[in-house]
Ligand binder design. Structure first.
Ligand SMILES: Cc1ncc(COP(=O)(O)O)c(C=O)c1O
Length: 426
């Protein structure tokens, strides 16, 4: 930071404020995490200077011997971590990874079928305003109205009816395990390809607390920055027969030069995720989510599908505060330092900006070393604030308690430790 402070104090001050914000708040946004100091160091490295269009040993610029080494290491680690035949580590984001898969295996106008956005899917799975919904015909499947879970018989019927070219599996706001084997069988029966987008659950998959999509999918995409706890960005895993098409779709299909500094960060994150303590971390993400869910339900809040078996949960505000919107509730929580996001719930009668739900996730607080006792405290504070009518006294009280908890559980990466050293801290 020393040279940044000297050269651009304005930006340095903003970054210092963000360090303070993160350390003094509880991050319950399910798609966020705190990556290690080692990952950050790699991302802030000299590799940012280098143009490396192409792939290792097939570049369009000279001087890429170190970029080649880091990208090949990252590819090898990604393949080993996920047990995949081929890996492309260049996608700048999860959305770019998905678009590259579409480009690799579809023609414009072909049909993709993913989980409905309104039921927890992602906009890159065919939303009307996203390029995936403009270039391709989009169809969707959803959760069962009663159980709010995927019913594989219903999914099968919908897929056989729609006959997509590509079945997209994966979600941004689905609190239950995904049965990739059942999806794979449906894709086989329907004669379509299958892409599993494990952006949210990748860390749970490699930590062996969620079923593995790799054996059942033609393509697997993921972000690196959620439960996997790496740098912002995406990767694609695929069967060898799709390797050439996927590589060509990423470059020159949708991207130019890769971000080798971020690829270095991905390599570090994959190394961390290969270490035995990462399994413990994944298990604790799950345990913490289930404790938080149980405590909220015990206080009378309804959770979509009645709980969680992954890292996230969706709270239905209507169960105790029928007039409170997710947006306002998230604002009240944020003023105490509890950071979450409002979210539509399946069959939500309200529009997305006034959604009836709140989404909570456990990856970031688990990285800080929190466990069951802290989840119970947090559930109590959430309950108090959601019933507070936004009054300042309960907000001030909870703000003080949140600050105290944050001070007891500093963010490990900010201390320069490796993430996998500190996650075993109880
Ligand atoms: C299931 C899923 N896929 C893809 C993405 C897109 O990732 P990015 O924001 O890196 O484009 C997300 C992001 O939340 C996601 O939840």
């Amino acid at each position: 930071m020393a040279s940044l402070e000297k050269c651009d104090p304005e930006v340095a001050a903003i970054l210092a404020a963000e360090v303070k914000r993160q350390s003094e708040t509880l991050e319950l946004i399910a798609s966020e995490n705190h990556c290690s100091g080692a990952v950050m160091e790699a991302m802030g490295s000299v590799l940012t200077d280098k143009y490396a269009e192409g792939y290792p040993n097939r570049r369009y610029y000279c001087g890429n011997e170190n970029a080649d080494r880091v990208e090949q290491l990252c590819i090898d680690r990604a393949k080993a971590l996920f047990n995949a035949e081929h890996a492309n580590v260049q996608p700048h984001s999860g959305t770019s990874a998905n678009l590259a898969v579409y480009m690799a295996c579809l023609k414009p106008g072909d049909k993709i079928m993913g989980m409905s956005l309104a039921h927890g899917g992602h906009l890159s799975h065919g939303m009307r305003l996203n390029i995936s919904g403009m270039v391709y015909q989009a169809a969707s499947y959803g959760v069962d109205e009663k159980t709010e879970q995927l019913d594989m018989d219903q999914v099968r019927q919908a897929v056989l009816k729609e006959k997509p070219t590509l079945l997209v599996v994966g979600a941004s706001a689905y609190p239950r395990k995904i049965d990739f084997a059942a999806f794979g069988a449906i894709a086989q029966e329907a004669g379509c390809l299958m892409m599993s987008d494990i952006a949210h659950i990748a860390g749970l998959v490699v930590g062996k607390v969620h079923p593995d999509p790799v054996p059942h999918s033609d393509f697997v995409t993921t972000t690196n920055h959620k439960t996997l706890r790496g740098p912002r960005g995406g990767i694609i895993l695929c069967r060898e027969k799709w390797a050439k098409a996927v590589d060509a779709a990423v470059f020159p299909g949708i991207q130019g030069g890769p971000l080798e500094h971020v690829i270095a960060g991905k390599a570090v994150a994959f190394y961390e995720a290969m270490q035995p303590p990462f399994r413990h971390y994944a298990q604790r993400i799950l345990d913490n989510a289930q404790t938080l869910a149980r405590e909220l339900m015990a206080k009378g809040w309804r959770l979509v599908s009645g709980g969680t078996d992954n890292h996230l949960m969706l709270l239905d505000l209507r169960s105790r505060q029928p007039d409170l919107t997710g947006h306002l509730a998230a604002d009240w929580l944020a003023s105490t330092g509890i950071i979450a996001n409002w979210n539509s719930i399946p069959f939500d009668p309200r529009p997305p900006m006034r959604a009836s739900g709140l989404r909570f996730g456990s990856p970031a607080v688990t990285t800080r070393g929190m466990g069951a006792d802290e989840m119970k405290l947090i559930a109590g504070w959430i309950d108090k604030i959601l019933l507070s009518q936004g009054e300042s006294k309960p907000i001030d009280e909870v703000r003080g308690a949140v600050l105290e908890l944050c001070r007891s559980f500093p963010i490990p990466a900010r201390d320069g430790e490796c993430a996998f050293d500190c996650q075993i801290r109880e």
